[in-house]
Write a protein that binds this ligand. Structure first.
Ligand code: GLN
Length: 185
């Protein structure tokens, strides 16, 4: 199995560390020609979604990536990666727009922008959740379903082969969410 990690900006190295821990082969997508390599799944890391969107557009990768995801490419988006996949945003705008979720960016405000908690996520039981200037999901609709809720707010969801978390599992030592993603491939 080969996993591609979008490495334009943000916390991509931390996802690569998780894949190393799980002994899974991976490579970085840094430019359009990297999309020609074979990969079975894609990770969209945390970072700054507006910057990633701008780079994806400039480098002409947005449409090919969207087409692949719509055609069933398994994808795991964390934090900014979640924002990239959302079809709707409270503040307007969208990027890959492949998931039936509505997102609120920087949703916890400045003071509570970063925090740690543990909560149930799908069938995985309690998982550690590190939030950094995180979004949350204000609505799931269509084929999307919520996987985790913290303080009444949806912080993880899936839809077919798409998985998103508002938190950063790659910043913990817990590999279960990455394993869960890989098992879906
Ligand atoms: N606030 C960032 C954004 O809007 C996301 C933060 C993160 O990925 N840790 O893109």
């Amino acid at each position: 199995m080969e996993i591609a990690v979008l490495a334009l900006q943000g916390a991509f190295a931390e996802h690569e560390r998780m894949l190393d821990l799980l002994d899974v082969s991976h490579f970085e997508i840094r430019q359009k020609k990297d999309l020609e390599r074979h990969f079975d799944g894609l990770i969209l890391p945390g970072g700054e979604s507006t910057v990633m969107k701008k780079l994806l557009l400039e480098m002409e990768m947005l449409v090919p990536l969207r087409d692949r995801i719509v055609s069933g490419l398994p994808v795991f988006g964390t934090c900014a990666g979640l924002i990239l996949l959302a079809k709707e945003a409270e503040q307007g705008g969208h990027c890959l727009a492949t998931m039936d979720i509505r997102v609120k960016r920087n949703a916890y405000g400045r003071q509570l922008g970063s925090f740690y908690t543990e909560e149930i996520c799908g069938d995985l039981g309690r998982v550690p959740m590190t939030f950094i200037r995180a979004p949350y999901i204000t609505k799931v609709y269509g084929d999307a379903e919520a996987l985790a809720v913290v303080d009444g707010r949806i912080v993880a969801a899936r839809q077919g082969k798409q998985l998103v978390t508002a938190f950063h599992p790659e910043l913990t030592e817990d590999t279960r969410l990455h394993r869960y993603f890989l098992d879906s491939i």
